[in-house]
Design a protein around this ligand. Structure first.
Ligand code: 0RQ
Length: 515
């Protein structure tokens, strides 16, 4: 554990989490640091939740408090969990992955606006969303002239610090002072802005801190806690197969001169498959050094570092397990040269993403035979996490790849369906679809050619003939032949899943509908 030098400025602002909890308004729009879940505040909000619960007990009034919670992306239980359990959350933006928040959303008890992360700042600056009353941001240092040095994520911190009426800082001493210098703080102009001059993954255009008028900092709470990111799970066989299919595709693109030999920067989402891709690159002699331009870096980066294959990584969060955090902090001086943390308004900005010429790799819940992807809604209605940055990156990618295991829930669900029950990424943006069975290169293909490829290459053998039957039948009854559909049965797989617990025709082994 580190012990920070507490300056007289910090000393003059010190408060306990409980002190702050009693200063926060009862009706609050709160903007916090934190992204997937890294660098989020961990002490003040649990104290505030305690205050709310005590007040509720005393008065029995459920409407005495109401909270809108704005973050960068998903945050830990100390923020999403404790607030969800107070029953006072009214609005949550823009991305979450907490079980209690998800329950509230899907029971219809919490307004959730699922949006492209690159749009969030604008919506707040322009007053489309309510203004930020209070920003609570985790930092590793604060200076008397108001320079705030962030911790494991950048997310929306800069924007909330710029816009909030009051600022509270959690000074987290678990982070070494050497974290200073990792961040590159720069916010875009509104409307006709200056170009964002990032030409290379490692370009810096801002400052390592975000500066505010120190008078706006109303209090500083000392903490010493790690982020609650889960431990690193070794990718499974299916993830490795998907990863290998992607890498073979990339090498083939290099052979055809469409990707340079030194490759292009990678963006990858969170989860098993994303980790497997990096593990495979680390182990595969055909790959030398790679660059990342992404939102989230997980523990799988260490395999690349150990193989000396990481040239540079630009991200908005370092989402490490406790072991990963310890390793990163121990090697911070060395590793600092290879990382930059950017605000998500920059990391996800279409202008920069397009200029970076990225190979993007994100995960689909389901994909239809024509290449439309659903990443967010189970059975068209139940929110999983949110679109996050996947749309920002996909739409502006040099090559956009979507990956999915071909089935879910013990093969009762096919990830490849006649028509997706919700569209996040449409057929015009999805260029490559891949499962453990193979890869469908959808570029320059007509809808009917795409359908054949997706069924043949990606679908699970168990569902292939059922998909072909649909496709053949659709061509017979469709209103027109460009993108043939039978509108009567296009969503029948989802209806069957809801009614019988399986998408498979004649499957009598399951009875419970999946939620
Ligand atoms: O549920 O654990 O209960 O079995 O969905 O699926 O396979 O564990 O995959 O953790 O990578 O999540 C799309 C949700 C995938 C994620 C999604 C069930 C499956 C399992 C999770 P169980 P896996 P992952 C960077 C980019 C959108 C945002 C994004 C996501 C659970 O990747 O949120 O990409 N993406 N952001 O069983 C019903 C289906 C299903 C299904 C899988 N068709 N129907 N359930 N599952 N397919 C990050 C940010 O932007 C911040």
């Amino acid at each position: 554990k580190n012990s920070h030098r507490i300056s007289s400025f910090i000393q003059s602002k010190l408060m306990t989490a409980e002190d702050v909890a009693y200063k926060l308004p009862k009706h609050l729009t709160l903007g916090t640091s934190g992204f997937t879940p890294a660098g989020y505040p961990k002490m003040i909000v649990p104290a505030y939740a305690k205050r709310i619960m005590e007040a509720k007990k005393r008065s029995g009034d459920n409407n005495e408090f109401s909270i809108n919670l704005f973050t960068g992306a998903s945050v830990g239980d100390e923020l999403d969990g404790v607030l969800a359990r107070t029953g006072t959350l009214k609005l949550r933006i823009p991305y979450q992955s907490h079980i209690d928040i998800r329950k509230l959303i899907n029971n219809g008890n919490l307004n959730y606006i699922d949006m492209h992360l690159s749009h969030v700042g604008r919506y707040i600056r322009e007053g489309i969303f309510p203004p930020i009353d209070v920003a609570i941001v985790e930092a590793c240092d604060v200076t008397s002239d108001g320079r705030i040095y962030l911790t494991n994520s950048s997310g929306m911190s800069g924007t909330y610090l710029a816009l909030a009426k009051d600022i509270y800082i959690e000074l987290n001493e678990a982070h070494p002072m050497e974290m200073k210098g990792l961040h590159d703080m720069f916010l875009p102009d509104s409307l006709h802005g200056r170009p964002i001059n990032i030409d290379h993954v490692d370009d810096r255009i801002g400052t390592p801190y975000f500066q505010v008028d120190p008078k706006r900092i109303k209090g500083i709470v000392r903490t010493n806690v790690f982020d609650s990111a889960k431990g690193f799970k070794k990718p499974d066989d299916i993830s490795f197969k998907i990863a290998n299919n992607i890498l073979e595709f990339i090498l083939n693109e290099v052979d055809h001169g469409r990707i340079p030999k030194e490759l292009l920067p990678f963006q990858s989402g969170v989860g098993n498959v994303a980790n497997a891709v990096l593990s495979c690159i680390a182990a595969d002699k055909r790959f030398e050094q790679i660059e990342m331009y992404t939102e989230v870096i997980q523990d799988s980066i260490f395999a690349l570092l150990d193989a000396d294959k990481l040239k540079f990584a630009s991200t908005t969060a370092l989402t490490f397990s406790p072991q990963g955090q310890i390793r990163f902090f121990n090697e911070i001086n060395e590793l600092k040269q290879k990382f930059v943390l950017r605000p998500m308004e920059i990391s996800n900005h279409p202008e920069v993403v397009r200029r970076m010429a990225l190979i993007t790799m994100n995960t689909a819940l389901e994909c239809d035979i024509y290449g439309n992807v659903n990443s967010t809604h189970v059975l068209g209605s139940s929110m999983m996490n949110g679109i996050g940055g996947s749309g920002d990156f996909t739409r502006n990618a040099y090559i956009s790849v979507f990956m999915a295991p071909s089935t879910a829930k013990g093969e009762t669900i096919s990830a490849f369906v006649p028509m997706v029950s919700h569209v996040d990424h449409n057929e015009h943006s999805v260029q490559v679809m891949v499962s453990e069975h193979g890869l469908a290169d959808l570029r320059a293909k007509t809808p009917k050619q795409r359908a054949k490829l997706i069924i043949e290459k990606c679908a699970h053998p168990k569902y292939r003939s059922q998909l072909l039957d649909y496709f053949n039948h659709a061509q017979k009854v469709s209103f027109a032949q460009h993108t043939p559909h039978d509108l009567k049965t296009a969503l029948s797989w989802h209806v069957r899943l809801q009614e019988t617990g399986s998408m498979l025709e004649g499957d009598t082994t399951t009875k419970t509908a999946t939620r």
